[in-house]
Design a protein around this ligand. Sequence first.
Ligand code: UT7
Length: 319
Amino acid sequence: MTGKIIGTGACVPDKVVSNDDLSKIVDTNDEWIRERTGIVRRHIISGEETTVTLAAEAGKRALNMGGIAAKELDMILLSSISSNVILPCTACAVQRLIGAVNAVCYDLNAACSGFVFAYNAAQAHIMSGMCNTVLVIGADCLSDLTNWKDRSSCILFGDGAGAVVLQAAEGVPFAFAMHSDGQRGGSITCQSRNQNNCPPLEETYMKMDGKEIFKFASTKVPAVLHELLEKVSMKPEEIDAYFLHQANGRIIEIIAKKMGLDLSKFPMNVAEYANTSSGTIPILLDEVNRKGNILKGQKLIMCSFGAGLSWGAAYLEWQ
Ligand code: UT7
């Protein structure tokens, strides 16, 4: 048995912050941001919204689509680096909000690779027989970790959550490839605020070597895609759609070119939401799915990269 996606869901904050809005707080402009990243706006939490509330709502929407009750879940696996809660874990906080009384819940931190890693971990739980029905959520509110004085990074991120429900089924193809390289971890860092030596405030915001990450993504993503394609004995053009981490439209364009593929095989919504870390792939998957643009039998790959450094991919067939 492997996991079949029976529902998708997403939830993004109501408040929209445009590139022009950002140009009022840092020395930037709409043209630069669009040209270098493809980003036009991002959604940022306000009022009562938190990582937990977005995650719970995304989860509920996925359950509704799947037509199953929260109590039927036997696991909630949630990827986040930016939750409003440390204890209980975000997955348990979601469990409480949605009433998933029979689920075992835990969080996973693999930064922007988190959703793909969590999806693969959920598949492993199902394949081992440990679980039958798993809610996998990617939820991040990076606005809290963003240095709003750093124009080279603050333009890139947004808040949001996405989810899928996986249920054990026969004959659902699944394959994965995942990697981590802690030696290169210095390219994106963020220190915990909960240290007894109280780190300087700037260290508790995300710091990123943008060029390094750009190079890393444009080499490692094609490599891991080829690794996965080899595992499933398929050529790049046999895949119907590549759901890539939405960090920067230019990175996706370079990857498409390196794979020798038309950009139309790479759905994108980075213009609307920017980089929501663990949220990007499930939000995109849900958006395309709700438009009815994923058809039964289509072959899909999800692929992400981020801090760690980490990168990984998953192959699935839509059922
Ligand atoms: O999930 C992973 C998260 N991280 C990423 O995905 C980051 C990947 N990297 C990137 O997306 C790109 O490297 C950036 C968008 C961050 C930067 O784009 P770039 O084409 O690599 O620009 P750059 O850093 O080479 O900067 C070019 C110029 C510089 O000015 P000078 O030195 O040429 O005078 C920067 O100071 O653009 C300047 N600049 C800006 N100008 C206006 C940097 N940020 C901005 C800005 N607005 N926001």
